[in-house]
Design a protein around this ligand. Structure first.
Ligand code: DPM
Length: 319
């Protein structure tokens, strides 16, 4: 029996079931089951994510179970998986990425609006400093307030409370929940850069477990892996956790990989942003290294522009 670990939210279970189904198709002789677990990030709902102070909010408990061999692989939203893997753990595969962009869901009462036409002081619900920072400068007439809880809870708060006019969410999560019809606006990269790894599923395994690695490599999608490795290396170099206003965008056309990255001050008034491209060549492992090099090179460009100081200021404001 091969045990797949997952968080217990509806979205996490949809994602784990997708992995289970794909593995079953590829390995009909093997047996798989899903074990759901609750993580710190699921339990602590009243504190801003940036203040809980651990980067492994949504992953720690699952990783302990993986280490104890209670489970054999973990299905994560890749963007929730810290760029620094814990000792003994490996990001074994990246599955084909959904649309990585962010989107807007207006409340039932605000269906006719878009962000730019919302009345002054309308409240946008988001707990992502990446999203609020990037939009604050563009839409100074809007107010940004935290909203926590899983996607079901948030949508209920949006429609039942009068607090929020809209929510900002990842398109991928909304789509997997089957809520496409609620999307009012998709935010193109010119308006908002998405989170590192957004829209992709990452499979975490024990480093050195050759049998499981073999299984999960069949789930890997090479172009998605190249893009996400590039983004993750950019973030690793800048030491950005999940609560840092760091945005990215990647394009892979043929073998040409383009990466755009930004760091934005919390009030949105200061933004460092740059793009870099490279031509990938050789076999897939070589291309992965070149993709990571691109991420690292882009981080160096932003560091030269002052990213280290800006990030320090941001962390200071958050603590
Ligand atoms: C991370 C962030 C958020 C999640 C921060 C960010 C959003 C937090 C919030 C790292 N993880 O994006 O700037 O809105 O309060 C999360 C979602 C998904 C995975 C939901 C979402 C689904 C999409 C995917 C939460 N993690 O971002 O709307 O699989 O990429």
């Amino acid at each position: 029996m091969i045990v797949i670990g997952s968080r217990e939210s509806q979205l996490a279970m949809i994602q784990a079931n997708h992995v289970l189904k794909t593995l079953k198709e590829q390995f009909p002789d093997k047996e798989f089951e899903i074990k759901g677990m609750t993580t710190t990030g699921d339990q602590v709902l009243d504190t801003a994510l940036s203040k809980i102070g651990t980067k492994a909010l949504f992953t720690k408990e699952l990783e302990v179970a993986l280490d104890l061999k209670q489970i054999d692989l973990i299905v994560h939203s890749l963007k929730d998986l810290p760029t620094q893997m814990p000792p003994g753990m490996l990001l074994g595969a990246v599955m084909e990425r959904e649309n990585p962009l962010d989107c807007v869901i207006m409340s039932i009462k605000h269906q006719q609006y878009r962000l730019d036409t919302l009345p002054p002081n309308s409240v946008v619900g988001t707990s992502s400093v990446r999203r609020s920072a990037q939009l604050k400068a563009k839409y100074p007439h809007l107010v940004f307030e935290s909203v926590r809880g899983n996607l079901n809870t948030r949508l209920r708060k949006l429609d039942e409370d009068d607090t929020y006019s809209c929510l900002l969410l990842a398109y991928a999560g909304v789509h997997r929940m089957g809520w496409d019809s609620r999307i009012t606006q998709v935010l193109e990269p010119e308006v908002m850069l998405h989170a590192v790894g957004q829209g992709a599923l990452g499979i975490e395994i024990r480093d050195g477990d050759a049998q499981i690695l073999d299984l999960v490599r069949s789930l890997n999608h090479n172009p998605s892996e190249l893009r996400c490795f590039s983004e993750r290396e950019f973030m690793r170099q800048l030491e950005g956790g999940c609560s840092v206003p760091l945005g990215v965008s990647t394009d892979l056309i043929g073998d040409q990989l383009t990466l755009t990255g930004s760091v934005t001050s919390l009030d949105g008034k200061q933004q460092l942003k740059a793009s870099l491209k490279t031509d990938l060549s050789g076999d897939h492992p070589q291309k992965l290294q070149q993709a990571q090099q691109l991420g690292s090179d882009l981080a160096q460009i932003l560091i030269k522009q002052g990213a280290t100081t800006l990030l320090q200021e941001i962390r200071h404001q958050q603590s």
